[in-house]
Design a protein. Structure first.
Ligand code: ADP
Ligand code: 5GP
Length: 188
């Protein structure tokens, strides 16, 4: 069994820019692979089943949970999300270098189970005001949802000290470069 596989897990409050950063890294570093998680939320326009997520019902999710199919699972904004145990173990054995955004509960659980094979990277917004600006600019959420996201952001940011690395997403190109250096440093 090879030990060279590694899983870079990215967490950040909603609106910080983690999807933007991960999409750029996947384009710029073609060896990176994004694991496909399970979720009970509905697909958004343009999202494809088995590519963006495995979209499943709450009943299917519960059945998989009871069978022990998940290495971690969490509830995020009323939907369930989980990482497949079998998928991650197989990819790590193959030596895959993976990157995926996972919420803070799931990320810390992954670290507990997989130890050094998981590298936790927390992306922080330059300020709470800028975070709110980005959420507003993204134009996806109403006022109440924005407030919920800002409250959740405080709780998530309190977990940042438990991460292996912290990166501030001020200028996007700097954040991407910093994460590339982190990946390089761990990829042996
Ligand atoms: P997340 O995946 O963390 O919820 P997104 O990647 O959707 O966040 O980014 C939220 C919004 O902020 C998007 O409109 C995105 O274009 C913008 N954004 C991302 N990074 C930056 C940055 N460094 N500076 C300014 N705007 C950014
Ligand atoms: P979205 O629905 O916007 O894709 O993701 C919502 C939140 O769920 C994000 O914080 C994202 O990081 C988190 N998430 C995505 N996949 C997983 C997963 O497999 N496990 C956990 N715990 N969280 C996930």
């Amino acid at each position: 069994m090879s030990n060279s596989g590694i899983f870079f897990v990215i967490s950040a409050p909603s609106g910080t820019g983690k999807s933007t950063v991960i999409d750029l890294l996947l384009k710029e570093l073609p060896f990176l692979k994004k694991p496909v998680s399970f979720t009970t939320r509905d697909p958004r326009p343009g999202e494809k089943d088995h590519i963006d997520y495995n979209f499943i019902s709450k009943q299917e999710f519960k059945a998989k949970m009871d069978k022990g199919d998940f290495i971690e699972w969490a509830t995020v904004y009323d939907n369930f999300y989980a990482t497949s145990l079998d998928y991650i173990n197989k990819e790590l054995e193959k030596g895959s270098i993976m990157i995926k955004d996972i919420d803070t509960q799931g990320a810390l659980q992954l670290k507990k189970v997989l130890g050094k094979k998981v590298v936790l990277i927390f992306i922080e917004p330059p300020s709470l005001q800028e975070l709110e600006n980005r959420i507003r600019a993204r134009n996806k959420d109403n006022k109440a949802v924005i407030q919920t996201r800002m409250n959740a952001a405080m709780n998530e940011m309190a977990e940042a000290s438990k991460y292996d690395h912290r990166v501030i997403n001020d200028r996007i190109e700097n954040a991407v470069l910093e994460i590339k250096k982190i990946i390089d440093g761990h990829k042996k």
